[in-house]
Design a protein around this ligand. Structure first.
Ligand code: SF4
Length: 503
């Protein structure tokens, strides 16, 4: 464990994220002196590998960092700040285009000390947030040019040239798409179907096996209809920009259930002019021709059919319970039924996969030519089912996910797909990112609206989170419970929470 003692209860999240980025396999604790004392008293503080002291001096506007091992000073450094307007954890100044805020000074100091200690740099430098495009995006809206944005990202956060190019390119593409849709007065709808054919080993979503829920899917749809009634009432004077049905696996619904759900939505809310209607049809083992026809008839414009990998062995290893051949059949069937915007998801760093497996996956995908490709880096959470399985079965995890990412990016480029959205998540393999690539005109609009948080997204179904974006950029969230039975029993309460937030 790495212990960080902070002299003030401040920036704990940023400090934690940055230490964790350098030491992904270690537990990191960021505590005040009082919190450390309390833990020592109740005996819950393990011995640390090393300790970092962060000392904030607001009077003299500086922050000091000392790295200690067994009480001995190993390294130390100090950074000066000139502004004092982001002294709380709630400030959004990770994105403020100023080098000298306390938060940015702190990050620069920590980055230089930690990179010196471990002896290497990080591709994203001191940027720890989950939306690295935020900075270039904000600066583009401020009228800054590419050179100014590059300089700021490099000097302030030490981001590598490659990642600056990636995030700046994406921000420009996102901005062009956002400028082309009237999103400011609009909103989007997310509907969660929390059922799957089986549970994948790496799953971190709300998902329950459809076999155990098949008899109650009708009741679940009734609850979604109640939520749709609320949306019609609350957003009656607003325009829907996009609808996204995700999960889980929405194609676990039968064709008549798909018609019932989308039909109800269309009767209550005008979705005839939306920019995009996506249904995740992720698991090939859930796709049938009748379901594809039902979706097409109901106006679905974009679907996602996900191989994750083109190796049968790996699919078995991760509990997908479908073969590569089944995936190819499902994909071809979707093309035959007229879907002209199909996304594929792949995951890099799956247990037991080497660089050659990723090369193989990309070669096979290139033959199929999807319109979008979303490249995820595997996220292994300590104590998760996946982490335990990897340990028990002795599967290795390829450490060079950076190289895997390059192979996937080159494959996407060779299919004419350009990166258009990106996010990072905690514990992500190689501290990298998830990136969506798309053909011109086929980028997932919902993904951009959701990622850039430029409009409200009302989310229906178990385990979903609704978001209200106010005119001044403030964001409020409210969630539906994950447990399907609780969700159905408490549906009035779920709606009431939304009513409080939106009305
Ligand atoms: S298909 Fe997706 S949501 Fe369903 S179990 Fe697998 S990872 Fe989870």
């Amino acid at each position: 464990m790495i212990l960080v003692e902070v002299s003030k209860d401040r920036f704990k999240y940023d400090i934690h994220s940055l230490v964790k980025a350098f030491y992904p396999a270690e537990d990191v604790l960021v505590l005040t002196k009082e919190e450390i004392e309390a833990k020592k008293e109740n005996g819950s503080l393990e011995k640390e590998i090393f300790k970092i002291d962060m000392i904030f001096d607001d009077e003299n506007k500086n922050v000091e960092m000392i790295i200690l091992e067994n009480g001995e000073k190993l390294q130390e450094g100090k950074a000066q700040f000139t502004e004092d307007n982001d002294l709380s954890d709630n400030s959004t100044n990770g994105t403020k285009a100023s080098k000298s805020t306390p938060k940015n000074a702190l990050k620069q100091l920590m980055y230089s000390q930690l990179s010196q200690k471990v002896g290497h740099e990080l591709p994203w430098g001191a940027l720890t947030g989950i939306r690295p495009t935020r900075i270039p995006m904000q600066m583009l809206y401020e009228g800054k040019n590419s050179d100014e944005i590059r300089e700021y990202m490099k000097d302030t956060f030490f981001v590598s040239d490659e990642k600056i190019d990636l995030s700046l390119g994406i921000a420009k593409r996102e901005k062009a798409i956002l400028d082309s849709i009237d999103h400011e007065d609009g909103y989007s709808i997310y509907i969660g179907i929390p059922f799957c054919p089986t549970t994948c080993l790496y799953c971190s979503f709300t998902s329950f096996p459809i076999v155990t829920w098949a008899k109650r899917v009708g009741d679940y749809l009734t609850c979604l209809e109640k939520e749709i009634d609320f949306v019609a009432e609350a957003f009656g004077n607003k325009k829907v920009n996009s609808v996204y049905i995700g999960g889980g696996t929405p194609t676990t619904l039968e064709p008549d259930q798909i018609r019932r759900l989308i039909g109800y939505l269309g009767n209550k809310i005008d979705i005839s002019n939306i920019s995009e209607f996506t249904v995740e049809s992720g698991r090939p083992d859930s796709i049938t021709r009748d379901k594809l026809r039902a979706m097409k008839e109901c106006g679905v414009s974009r679907i996602s059919v996900n191989p994750q990998t083109m190796s049968d062995e790996t699919l078995k290893r991760i509990g997908r319970q479908h073969s590569v051949a089944q995936f190819v059949d499902a994909y071809n069937m979707a093309r035959e039924e007229g879907f002209d915007n199909i996304n594929m998801d792949i995951i890099l760093g799956l247990p037991g996969e080497e660089l050659s497996d990723v090369e193989h996956t990309m070669r096979e995908i290139e033959k199929l030519r999807p319109n979008d490709l979303t490249v995820h880096s595997l996220s292994v959470k300590r104590g998760s089912r996946l982490a335990e399985h990897i340990r028990n079965e002795g599967y290795f995890l390829e450490s060079d996910t950076g190289r895997m990412m390059e192979i996937a990016a080159a494959g996407a480029r060779s299919m004419g797909l350009m990166p258009y959205y990106m996010y990072r998540q905690k514990n992500i393999s190689g501290n990298l990112e998830n990136t969506g690539y798309a053909e011109e005109g086929k980028a997932g609009i919902y993904n951009i609206l959701m990622m850039e948080e430029v409009q409200s997204i009302v989310a229906l179904g178990a385990g979903t989170v609704s978001k209200r974006v106010y005119g001044d950029g403030r964001i409020e969230r409210c969630d539906n419970v994950k447990d399907v039975t609780l969700y159905m029993n408490d549906i009035s309460q779920m709606i009431e929470r939304k009513r409080k937030m939106y009305l």
